[in-house]
Design a binder for this molecule. Structure first.
Ligand code: ATP
Ligand code: MG
Length: 234
């Protein structure tokens, strides 16, 4: 049986999806059987980050019972991916209730199932957080993000999801809260700090994940470090 890890955040726009996709590619490159799942049901973005055809079967069709996750998984940039649908039509008749079954199937087949959870504490986010075995919290170094992360953390503890650590993304600003202070506030180990890197947005615009397009970028190097920490290697 594989393990399920969700990347969650209290606030939106902190870099969860970008980190999940690129981390999945990095883990796959190490030979670890990995699938990335776009669990951000209302705000799916894997297809855009990976530059896949919008008609690609998605998690939405799986949740709506129109296809199986076996049929919907694609392989791209060396990683297995269950992308989310990006149209309003794909949200019709979609319920997160079926997520737990899909996750069971994926953990039977893959060693690591990385799930991008929606931001905040709505039903979708809490369902995904509760169903995954562990969580990595993604935040930015500002008081708004830290405050909202505390709420996600409280829910993770309540539902018994193991907390693997936090990733502080988009650092390097003049008014950043220092990571040791964030660690103190959250009482969670910070496993990585990722600086602001313009190449991340370039890769989004080009529809090619940065880990593939710019493996030597500062962002990609941090992703390699996180992959090592997650699997306990170097
Ligand atoms: N380290 C970084 N440096 C520069 N830009 C970044 C970095 N990380 C993420 N971004 C950019 O920030 C934006 C938000 O990233 P992303 O979509 O991954 O965040 P998210 O937490 O998944 O957002 P949402 O809550 O909207 O789903 C994107 O334009 C992405 O390219
Ligand atoms: Mg996202």
């Amino acid at each position: 049986m594989g393990v399920s890890v969700c990347l969650a955040s209290g606030k939106d726009g902190v870099g969860r999806s970008t980190i999940t996709v690129n981390l999945g590619i990095a883990l796959s490159k190490r030979g670890i059987s990995t699938v990335i799942v776009d669990g951000d049901i209302e705000g799916a973005s894997f297809g855009l980050i990976l530059g896949v055809d919008p008609d690609t079967p998605s998690l939405h069709e799986c949740l709506a019972g129109k296809t199986t996750c076996e049929e919907a998984i694609i392989e791209t940039y060396g990683v297995n991916a269950l992308v989310g649908g990006i149209t309003i039509e794909q949200l019709v008749n979609v319920s997160v209730a079926g997520f737990s079954n899909i996750l069971d199937k994926l953990t039977e087949r893959f060693d690591i199932v990385l799930v991008d959870s929606p931001a905040g504490l709505g039903t979708d986010a809490v369902t995904i957080l509760s169903n995954c075995q562990s969580v990595v919290l993604v935040l930015t170094p500002d008081i708004n993000s830290v405050t909202n992360t505390l709420k996600t953390l409280a829910v993770a503890k309540k539902v018994g999801t193991a907390i693997l650590g936090g990733i502080i993304n988009r650092t390097g600003g003049q008014y950043d809260i220092p990571s040791d202070k964030i660690e103190d506030l959250l009482k969670v180990k910070i496993i990585a700090e990722i600086g602001e890197d313009e190449l991340v947005r370039q890769s989004l615009q080009e529809g090619v994940p940065i880990y593939a397009e710019n493996p030597d970028s500062s962002f990609s190097k941090k992703i390699t470090d996180i992959a090592s920490k997650l699997v306990g290697g170097s």
